[in-house]
Design a protein around this ligand. Sequence first.
Ligand SMILES: NC(=O)C1=CN([C@@H]2O[C@H](COP(=O)(O)OP(=O)(O)OC[C@H]3O[C@@H](n4cnc5c(N)ncnc54)[C@H](OP(=O)(O)O)[C@@H]3O)[C@@H](O)[C@H]2O)C=CC1
Ligand SMILES: C[C@H]1O[C@H](OP(=O)(O)OP(=O)(O)OC[C@H]2O[C@@H](n3cnc4c(=O)[nH]c(N)nc43)[C@H](O)[C@@H]2O)[C@@H](O)[C@@H](O)C1=O
Length: 322
Amino acid sequence: MKTHLNKRIYVAGHRGLVGSAIVRTLRKRDYTNIVTRTHAEMELTDQAQVRAFFESEQIDEVYLAAARVGGIHANNTYPAEFIYDNLMVQANVIHEAWRAGVKRLLFLGSSCIYPRMSQQPIKEEYLMSGSLEPTNEPYAIAKIAGIKMCESYHRQYGSDFRSVMPTNLYGPGDNYHPENSHVIPALIRRFHEAKMNGAEKVTIWGTGEPRREFLYVDDMADACVHVMELDRETYDLNTSPMLSHINVGTGEDVTIREVAEVIRRAVGFKGSIEFDTSKPDGTPRKLLDTGKLAQLGWRPGMRLSDGIVETYRHFQQETVRA
Ligand SMILES: NC(=O)C1=CN([C@@H]2O[C@H](COP(=O)(O)OP(=O)(O)OC[C@H]3O[C@@H](n4cnc5c(N)ncnc54)[C@H](OP(=O)(O)O)[C@@H]3O)[C@@H](O)[C@H]2O)C=CC1
Ligand SMILES: C[C@H]1O[C@H](OP(=O)(O)OP(=O)(O)OC[C@H]2O[C@@H](n3cnc4c(=O)[nH]c(N)nc43)[C@H](O)[C@@H]2O)[C@@H](O)[C@@H](O)C1=O
C-alpha cells in the first residue's frame, strides 16, 4: 500500500544547489521513492523527452528545482538563455505533470520577481506593482510566468500546483564559477584563492551598499518540503485567491560589504577589500516579508555567520564546479 513516504517524487534539478538539498531533506524524512534524471539523461527544454518521462514514470509529486540559474553577471550577459531555458523548462514540466495527473507540484521562483524599488519588506501581493530590476528582468519574467502557470492550472483544472519564492540562497553544492555565480560562492572562492596566493587585496563588485537577505540551502529545502506537506485547504487559506506564491527567507538582510566581511573572517584572509564600482549593484534592497510562511509554522534555523563557515568547510572538500 502507498503511504505518503513511498509516493513517487520527482526532484527536477537534483544535482543543483537546491535540488540536492531537497533530496537530502526528503531522505532524512524517510521518503523512499525519489526519482531523478540528470541533465544528460533528460533535456527539460525538450517537450517530447519530458512527455515520455511523465507518461512512463507515474510520478505523484514534483519539486521543480531545475532552471537556468546564475548571479548578476550571468543574468546580465546571457538574457536570452535565461528567459528561453526557464520558460521552456517550467512550461514543459508543469504542462506534462498536469497531463500525467501529477497530484502536487512545487515551483521555485525567486525574490527577483518583485519590483526593483518595492516597498520593504516585500509582501507576496507586491508582485507586478512596478518595474523590474534590469539586470535580471528576463529571468524574473520567466519566473512570474511560472507562478501564473501554477495558478492557471489550479484555477482551470484544479491542479494542486504551488509556488515558493526564495530569497538569495547559498550553501553546500553551490556554483563557484568566478563570474557566473552568486555573490557568496564567488567571494568564498575569491577570498580562498587570495589567501592561498598570499594576495594583499580582494576586489568586490559594485559599491558594497546593496542589501541582500541570504538563506542557507538546507533551510530552503526544509521549507519546500514543509510547504508540500501542507494540505491544500491550509495552503489556499494562507494565500490570496488570486496569488498563490509564498515567500521564503530569513526576514533579515545585510549589506554586501557586511557579508564580504563575514566571508573574509570565515576564510581567514588577512588582507583588505576594495570595491569595483564599474560593476553593477543590481537591486538596492530585496528583503522578503516572510509572515505568511511563519504563520504556516516554518522558521529558518541557520544563522548567516554559521552557514558561511559550514559552506566554506564544504567548499574545501568539494570538487569545485567551475
Ligand atoms: N541559487 C539561488 O540563490 C536561488 C535559486 N532560486 C531558484 O531555485 C531553483 C534551483 O536553483 P539552484 O539549485 O541554485 O540552481 P543550480 O544551477 O544549482 O541547479 C539547477 C539544476 O537544474 C539543472 N538544469 C538546468 N537546466 C536544465 C535543463 N534544460 N534540462 C535539465 N536539467 C537542467 C541543472 O543541471 P546542469 O547543471 O547539469 O545543467 C542543475 O542540476 C531555481 O528555480 C532557481 O531559480 C531562487 C532564488 C535564489
Ligand atoms: C538570487 C538572485 O541573484 C541575482 O541577483 P542578485 O541578488 O543581484 O545576486 P548576486 O548574488 O549576483 O549579487 C548580489 C550583490 O553582490 C554584488 N557582488 C559583489 N561581488 C560579487 C561577485 O563577485 N559576484 C556576484 N555575483 N555578485 C557580487 C553584486 O554586485 C550585487 O550587488 C539575480 O540575477 C537572480 O538570479 C536572482 O534571483
